[in-house]
Design a protein around this ligand. Structure first.
Ligand SMILES: [Zn+2]
Length: 338
């Protein structure tokens, strides 16, 4: 894909979707809901080895719920994490590619079913029998690899620099760029040095697939580490490969203000896929429900996020196909009134 097409890539896709696109919901937490035990440093990537059929099934559930973009199971799949498990470099790279293949298989099954017309209720009145679908290859942050919840603190310690982060991420980004995915999704980025590291890799490796960046926040003002969301967004906005910027795995109640801050520094599409408002306890390795929002509340935010400037909306941890179905309804209604 040439660079010129990258500049219109997401805009063209959004037009095809009617103005708004639906991102899928939590992958790892949905795998757990289906019985997978992800208490492991590889988290959802553990299923790449043990139960790829379950990953495909969850992707398919999200497509059937209306998702236009499904995100691969490579979030916590790192060559370093695989090596710690005795998985060789070559096998690790094959597993990264496999995560994208599984998502593509789910898309094929979905397209096939749709073309056979087995979902009669799917025609939304536009004559479109099925949703256009992109596969995004997930890249989780260095904090995700640490598997201690530090993608929500962004505090990596003094020993971690832009250089060490580049060394950490470079090969995985190259492999995923060549995996056949439509785009790369840098997810849950918690600080400025990691945004900088990714941006430099994109430039140095002349990565030629579109990418999006999403940051995590725990106060609705800054990214998780306390670095300015405007500054982080500006850094990535200047990369030619970047087709969208946004927020994921952050409480719904913080999203609107963050969209407004991002909008001030970019004209690129804004994407949001919040979690359900619970917080992750990295020590106990569990989600704490205290301030979670119920599904109806989550969905009641969607119009506000779109009014503030978001055009891609989905869910992150602890959201489900039901959440995505409800988001899809809101966005379909908005698309028809554009
Ligand atoms: Zn999440």
């Amino acid at each position: 894909m040439g660079l010129k097409s990258e500049s219109t890539f997401l805009g063209d896709f959004l037009r095809q979707c009617g103005g708004y696109a639906v991102i899928d919901g939590g992958l790892a937490t949905e795998l757990e809901r289906h019985g997978a035990d992800l208490n492991d440093p590889l988290w959802s990537a553990k299923c790449l080895v043990s139960s790829p059929h379950l990953i495909r099934r969850v992707h398919l559930d999200y497509l059937e719920a209306g998702a236009n973009i499904i995100i691969s199971s490579s979030y916590q799949a790192t060559l370093q994490g695989f090596e710690a498990k005795g998985i060789s470099r070559e096998e690790g790279e094959a597993l990264l590619r496999r995560s994208v293949e599984i998502a593509c298989e789910a898309r094929n099954i979905y397209n096939d079913r749709a073309s056979k017309g087995s979902w009669d209720d799917f025609d939304d009145g536009t004559g479109l029998k099925r949703n256009p679908v992109l596969v995004a290859a997930s890249v989780g942050s260095y904090g995700a690899y640490l598997a201690d919840g530090s993608e929500y603190s962004g505090i990596y310690g003094d020993a971690i620099t832009v250089k060490t982060l580049k060394d950490f991420h470079r090969r995985r980004v190259q492999v995923l760029a060549d995996s056949g995915a439509d785009l790369i999704a840098f997810e849950t980025t918690p600080n400025k040095i990691e945004a900088q590291a990714y941006a430099e890799i994109l430039e140095e490796e002349a990565i030629n697939v579109p990418v999006w960046f999403s940051f995590s926040s725990k106060d609705g003002i800054n990214v998780a580490s306390g670095d300015s969301i405007a500054e982080c967004s500006s850094i990535v906005d200047s990369c030619k490969q970047v087709v969208g910027i946004g927020i994921n795995c952050t409480s719904p109640r913080y999203i609107q203000g963050l969209i407004q801050s991002i909008r001030k520094v970019t004209s690129k599409p804004i994407l949001v896929y919040p979690n359900n408002g619970e917080t992750y306890d990295g020590v106990k390795k569990e989600w704490v429900a205290s301030r979670g929002v119920v599904e109806e509340d989550f969905v009641s935010y969607v119009d506000k996020w779109c009014d503030a400037g978001a055009s891609l909306v989905g869910g992150c941890c602890r959201t489900t196909p039901n959440t995505i179905r409800a988001i899809s309804k809101v966005l379909t209604r908005r698309s028809h009134s554009v």
